[in-house]
Design a protein around this ligand. Sequence first.
Ligand SMILES: Cc1cc2nc3c(=O)[nH]c(=O)nc-3n(C[C@H](O)[C@H](O)[C@H](O)COP(=O)(O)OP(=O)(O)OC[C@H]3O[C@@H](n4cnc5c(N)ncnc54)[C@H](O)[C@@H]3O)c2cc1C
Length: 441
Amino acid sequence: MVFTRDLRVRDNQALVAAASGGPVIPLFVVDESLGAAAASPNRVTFLRQSLSDLDESVRSAGAGLVLRRGRWVDEVLTMARLGAATSIHVADDVSSFATTRLARLEHEARSMGVVVVRHPGTVVVPPGSISPSSGGEYKVFSPYHRRWLGTPWRPVVARPERLEHVPGVDVGSLDELLPARTGAPGLIHGGEGAALARLDTWASSSLHAYADLHDDLARAATSQLSPYLHFGCLSPLEVAVRLRDRVGGSQFVRQICWRDFFHQILAVRPDAARADYRHRGDRWLDDDESLAAWKDGRTGYPVVDAGMRQLATEGFMHNRARMIVASFLTKDLALDWRHGARHFMEHLVDADVANNQLNWQWVAGTGTDSNPHRIFNPTTQGRRFDPGGAYIRRHVPELAAVSGSMIHDPTLDVRRAHGYVAPLVDHHEAIAAYRARKRTS
Ligand SMILES: Cc1cc2nc3c(=O)[nH]c(=O)nc-3n(C[C@H](O)[C@H](O)[C@H](O)COP(=O)(O)OP(=O)(O)OC[C@H]3O[C@@H](n4cnc5c(N)ncnc54)[C@H](O)[C@@H]3O)c2cc1C
């Protein structure tokens, strides 16, 4: 059984199938070819915590988690040989990295007489199991959502009671194979145990108000389950089944559907991780200084800076803030969405190729948004979604003492008095220039 981003024992079909076939080697391989993507301190920290938690769970069922580091396919096959395996069970996935790796494993395992079985588990409805009558992927969310809701979901499977271990396999040391890194100070704690605790607490305290409060920046009333869903500490199917019929559940489960929606796009269009999903002839500017100011939260737009600094201190950012900062980068600064997506991939603990790149494209206007010319005015957005300014005060200490609505658009004198930067660009001029460039491209 090879864990990838399904780091849980509950509703893990691959694990259940492996356990039902006899002795199991529960394996996780730190894939060296992931390179920089795997080196994000926030995600390494979260991953280490998730693997420790998983080790405890599989140990309590009878078999310790076996850890290896190296070339993923080679390590999996070495372990299959050692355990004289007849089958390898693994969760299916959609990124080109994951599918290429899985295809290579299948190819090489076949020549050893070993079967690789891919199982559903990373999304609620597997990509490809629903598709439009014209073929390909659903390009628009609403019809996908309708179809998704009307499709029977597979049953949630129980955790295996007992795992029969294969004797004589060295389990490996997490400290040696995945050395600790220093994550962001406010980073959420990883692992299935922490995920279930958060799910329970949040669902009982906040789910009922999700529809009203999910855009409220200061209240931070969303679930913050995204890192657990990304690493598979939680089964998206189990979460959706548990919450769908509760007050607030349908609105929340709709968001889980967005996650599936982007995964089914990436499955068909893996190039959307790098290239425009819908090419619109954008001409991006080259401006390293503006990019650096955006990354550091020094744009002079309080809500943009608050979002970017939340990312730096927590490895997380509220969804509304993600939309505002992404719009600011691509529309006000006219910088390529790929710069922003790369920065998010480095810092977000929930960074996920499908959700990140396709949300960036949605905001940039190259993705699935039916209104690709949408503009977010950062000052208006701040007033609307952080009316009291508490989100800004929390993350931009220079402005903590600025009272009232002045916080959303401080005068130059107020900025100077509080040591806060002047706006990097004038929003209206920047958008006029953006539109003019669009007209001539
Ligand atoms: C520019 C940009 C980049 C983003 N990058 C990522 C990313 O790398 N990883 C990631 O998981 N999400 C990403 N999102 C989507 C969204 O911002 C996060 O999923 C959400 O903020 C996570 O917080 P939450 O768990 O409290 O969300 P909740 O509001 O509690 O939603 C529950 C779950 O639904 C899913 N979800 C919610 N909104 C979206 C969405 N717009 N698209 C896809 N799934 C969604 C997530 O899995 C989330 O955990 C991005 C959004 C934008 C605008």
